[in-house]
Design a protein around this ligand. Sequence first.
Ligand code: FES
Length: 118
Amino acid sequence: MSEVISSTAMEKPAMSAYNRHLVVCTGPRCTQGESQSLFDSLGEKFKAAGIDKGALRVKRTRTSCFATCKSGPLIAVQPDGVWYYNVTAANMDRIIREHLIGGAPVEDLIYHRSGNCA
Ligand code: FES
């Protein structure tokens, strides 16, 4: 049985404010390495689009598997609950422009939305 440690004894992690959270699967089963390249490009892409800070700031994170291992790169945009496939560099530019800045999800690249089974 593990010891219970009060959280008051621990330092609370810090996180800057963000508008949306973009999660990239960089696992081995949905692409052949393109996802890591996509993730590595996001810092510059977000900066160029002006969404690396301010009211539209997008936080980015990697994960190892969404359990939907097909037709990647795959990303999820939260809290919108929108999951994209085939996120090539050009498609990522569309998602940044139309969704992350414009607020309109890119319908033809969506493979799932939270709250439905489509
Ligand atoms: S490895 Fe990417 S979804 Fe499973």
